[in-house]
Design a protein around this ligand. Structure first.
Ligand SMILES: [Zn+2]
Length: 155
């Protein structure tokens, strides 16, 4: 019995780390669209940090404290270790994480909380890393497309 042959990906390996990090939801319906947005913004490749709810977890006051601690530490590891310069924080409409936590209050309240979490995460990262360029987006499926609406930063 010989071992199955390894699969060699057609995607070339690049040894240099990307300079951009995207924090978003695990929801695979958005994965390729987020990569496409990153390309549009000039990042051919990105580091990613994905967990259900995405940037929700950066807000330790609104999410589970231990989960939040974990994702915050992971974000810091990538930002420092990979010399990240741009961070994208992305929320998406119809997020199951928010529906399970805030769904009973209706989609508007969930969306409000998503915006709060984006701003909270952005502020925390900006204080820790003043050099970062932080970009906030809210993804909305529109028929067969995904529209990424920029969310202006709170000052
Ligand atoms: Zn989601």
């Amino acid at each position: 019995m010989s071992a199955p042959a390894p699969y060699v990906s057609r995607v070339p390996f690049e040894s240099v780390h990307p300079k951009a990090l995207a924090v978003y939801c695990s929801d695979g319906r958005f994965t390729e669209a987020v990569e496409d947005l990153a390309h549009h913004l000039g990042h051919s490749r990105i580091d990613t940090l994905t967990l259900p709810g995405g940037p929700a977890l950066l807000n330790r006051w609104a999410s589970d404290y231990l989960e939040s601690e974990g994702i915050t530490r992971a974000a810091r590891f990538l930002i420092e270790g990979h010399h990240i310069e741009d961070v994208l924080l992305l929320a998406h409409a119809g997020c199951g994480y928010y529906q399970s936590r805030h769904g009973a209050l209706g989609p508007e309240i969930a969306a409000e909380q998503q915006l709060k979490d984006l701003h909270f995460g952005a502020k925390e990262l900006q204080v820790a890393y003043p050099h970062l360029r932080i970009h906030l987006y809210f993804a909305h499926p529109q028929g067969k497309t995904v529209e990424f609406r920029p969310v202006p930063r709170e000052t």
